[in-house]
Design a protein. Structure first.
Length: 198
């Protein structure tokens, strides 16, 4: 079992397609679009691997009052942005799950339960999960999310989790897999490959 990192949130609702988490975090610790995370499922027998694709700052009555006030001082602005914890909700697309003997690149048998802790994947976990490209079709086929932007962001983060010498070969091999999967849609493929080199 990898070293545990502090959770970035807790599950508020879930399905086999993914889960939503909520947390109150200071701004630098807000989860990042495209980052890998995991949430325990099946009473600890598995961990659902997700990609964060939507992050929203929830309604805050105090911030709304400050925003509509005239003559906001720099101190008030700093207090609202940096000192107060902001309510954050984020959605994650399920792209596989981990069992004791390794990763599976398909939808999980059960979603995580509410209040399950959501942890970011450590660099070693990201490398291990993204070693094989079987999770990529789950992203490309996901409805009603920015799938291409999400995949490009996740692949860039997966490359960054590797040693510098391994990054270009990793992006090249995953780019080839995307080309195979999107051979019927060259415009979409071209846009995706352009996002990979941003």
């Amino acid at each position: 079992m990898p070293q545990e990192q502090a959770p970035i949130g807790r599950v508020t609702r879930s399905s086999t397609r993914g889960f939503v988490g909520a947390v109150r975090l200071p701004e630098p610790e807000i989860p990042v679009f495209g980052s890998f995370c995991r949430a325990e499922a099946q009473r600890g027998q598995s961990a659902v691997i997700g990609l964060i694709y939507n992050i929203s700052i929830e309604d805050d009555a105090f911030a709304r009052q400050v925003a509509t006030a005239e003559g906001i001082t720099p101190e008030q602005l700093a207090d609202t942005r940096f000192n107060r914890q902001v309510p954050v909700e984020f959605s994650a697309l399920a792209v596989g799950f981990r069992l004791a003997d390794g990763y599976r690149y398909t939808l999980p048998p059960q979603p995580p339960l509410t209040m399950a802790a959501i942890h970011p994947l450590l660099p070693g976990e990201i490398r291990g999960f993204s070693e094989r490209p079987e999770w990529i079709p789950l992203v490309l086929g996901a409805p009603e999310i920015p799938a291409d932007d999400l995949l490009a962001a996740a692949l860039r983060l997966a490359a960054a989790a590797r040693a510098e010498a391994e990054r270009a070969p990793f992006l090249l091999s995953t780019g080839r897999e995307c080309a195979r999967l999107l051979s019927h849609d060259l415009t979409r493929l071209d846009n995706l490959l352009r996002m990979l080199v941003v």
